[in-house]
Write a protein that binds this ligand. Structure first.
Ligand SMILES: Nc1ncnc2c1ncn2[C@@H]1O[C@H](COP(=O)(O)OP(=O)(O)O)[C@@H](O)[C@H]1O
Ligand SMILES: [Mg+2]
Length: 505
């Protein structure tokens, strides 16, 4: 039999949205099959159906040619299907082994050491390098993801579903994950890989099924299809990977950082004697490997973290000890790295989230009374202009939106404040090409209107394409500042590794 999994003409409707509309996906044994689609296209829904979490309204599923009804994740497990979710479901104060056997205990007496041995064996066989005795809270996100993969293997899964696994990984970890996937198919497993990253699809996938707004657009052979072609199938129009922008015309200094030293969570300097100016009408990008002082830098500017020494000025005023709210009033807006923790109140509606910083201003409040019509109008116009897709518009619960749409809502809200300084931290993390292109355009527009933008990103492509100047961080220190038009990935990569070029401001 050629196909291990066939999902035929699947339909799934949620109140107000058809998440899957006649979708067909066929997985061959031993292949890596990419599932590509914009945020909200219906990918996670389709995979949740295959994993027994939802029942389809219409359509049929076959496993090894036999029609099945997958009533629950338990049934899916028995059919040899495993899934790693976008947000992991591990218990942080349990060990790797405890997490893996959780819910799969055989008999009354737990054989923990036997389980640990088997986990170690599987880990070796697939090159996962996981310590079965480590506690989840002590290991990196990348390692936790491997634990999720091990959990599937421990349950003898033959079909592995990975829902946007690279969204939480560093570039190096993504390469490692690619190797792991190749070793899995070498052992006869079959993989469905959800991702937005065309590079990754090109690197590991055999075929790719593209869905758009709940509908199948087609399945292509990856080797003979260009990245551009796949991107266009996904968004339904021409796309360009090149960011269009004219040269910058920097004006006066908006943000001045002078000899900043900021402690990290371990109470030692995470940012050391850092000096940088960001001017009106320019985008300054910060390049660096994760954990080299970016968090300390951003939190010091936004007021979330105390400064040990040095000075921060916004438009000539000392704000080193200003409150968070005071800084917002002075024109600093912040697109945070963690959109669910700091960006949105997930149990508020979208319109409530759109006025978090301005609800007490006119016209939204007058003598303490909220003007609902004005709020609705303001929120609707942001949601429309940033193409935020949701079931119930301004009344949608923020939690119900896909990650990309949550992100667009946050960016819309922050840009709408028309800040003198916009700090964008990983603004396109985990997003698809269409949304990335759009967000880059809006950042450049903001700069073109004479505002300052500070972009912090782990995606080197993004830093190179969007910034006018690039400051490189290594181990909390500024290695140098270069003009984006006069540098390349190699040079920046060397600086990121701590090899300085002196730098000219
Ligand atoms: N449990 C749910 N209830 C209501 N709507 C949902 C639910 N899950 C997903 N949706 C909606 O279905 C659509 C597809 O979502 P999803 O499958 O998560 O997309 P993707 O994974 O491609 O980003 C979106 O419009 C989303 O808001
Ligand atoms: Mg999803």
């Amino acid at each position: 039999m050629e196909f291990v999994v066939e999902m035929l003409n699947i339909r799934k409707e949620f109140p107000g949205v058809v998440a899957n509309d006649d979708i067909t996906l066929q997985l061959r044994k031993g292949e890596i099959h990419a599932l590509l689609g914009e945020n909200g296209a219906g990918k996670s829904t389709l995979m949740s159906i295959l994993f027994g979490m939802y029942q389809p309204d219409l359509g049929m599923i076959k496993i090894n040619g036999e029609q099945v009804k997958i009533a629950s994740p338990n049934v899916a497990n028995k059919l040899g299907i495993g899934m790693v979710h976008q947000h992991f479901k591990l218990v942080s104060n349990f060990t790797v082994t405890e997490n893996i056997i959780l819910g799969n205990e055989k008999g009354i007496v737990l054989d923990i050491s036997g389980a640990a041995r088997r986990i170690e064996e599987l880990s070796k066989r697939y090159g996962l390098n996981v310590d079965p005795h480590a506690k989840i809270e002590d290991i990196s996100v990348g390692m936790q993801q491997r634990v999720e993969i091990l959990k599937m293997l421990y349950r003898n899964a033959e079909v592995l579903i990975l829902d946007e696994p690279s969204a939480v990984l560093t570039p190096q970890e993504i390469v490692e994950l690619g190797k792991i996937m190749l070793s899995l198919i070498a052992e006869g497993k079959s993989i469905i890989l959800i991702t937005h990253k065309l590079k990754e699809i090109k690197a590991v996938a055999n075929r790719c099924t593209v869905i758009r707004r709940g509908k199948t657009i087609g399945t292509v052979d990856v080797a003979t299809t260009s990245e551009l072609k796949m991107a266009e199938m996904m968004v339904g129009r021409n796309v360009s990977f090149k960011v269009e922008k004219e040269g910058s015309r920097p004006g006066e200094v908006i943000l001045k950082l002078d000899g900043l030293t900021v402690n990290n969570n371990k109470n030692v300097p995470g940012l050391k004697n850092f000096t940088l100016d960001v001017r009106a009408g320019e985008i300054v990008g910060i390049a660096g490997v994760e954990g080299n002082g970016q968090t300390e830098l951003v939190e010091a500017i936004t007021g979330l973290r105390k400064v040990e020494s040095g000075r921060i000025e916004m438009e000539g005023q000392d704000i080193t000890r200003e409150s968070i709210r005071g800084r917002i009033h002075k024109g600093i807006a912040h697109i945070p790295e963690d959109r669910q923790k700091r960006g949105l109140v997930l149990d508020y509606t979208l319109e409530e989230n759109m006025i978090l910083q301005v609800y007490n201003r006119k016209p939204f409040a007058k003598r303490g009374i909220l003007n609902k019509a004005a709020i609705r109008k303001y929120a609707s116009s942001i949601l429309e202009s940033f193409d935020v897709r949701s079931g119930r518009g301004p009344l949608s619960m923020s939690r119900s939106l896909s990650g990309g749409n949550q992100q667009k809502a946050i960016i819309g809200r922050e840009i709408e404040l028309d800040p003198g300084l916009l700090i964008a931290v990983q603004p396109t993390r985990g997003l698809d090409v269409g949304s990335i292109e759009y967000i880059h355009k809006r950042l450049i527009e903001h700069r073109n209107r004479g505002k300052a933008v500070l972009l912090i990103s782990l995606e080197l492509d993004e830093v190179l394409n969007v910034s006018d100047r690039i400051a490189v961080l290594n181990n909390g220190e500024l290695i140098g500042v270069v003009n984006a038009s006069e540098t390349n990935e190699n040079d920046i990569g060397l600086m990121m590794a701590g090899v300085g070029n002196g730098g000219d401001q």
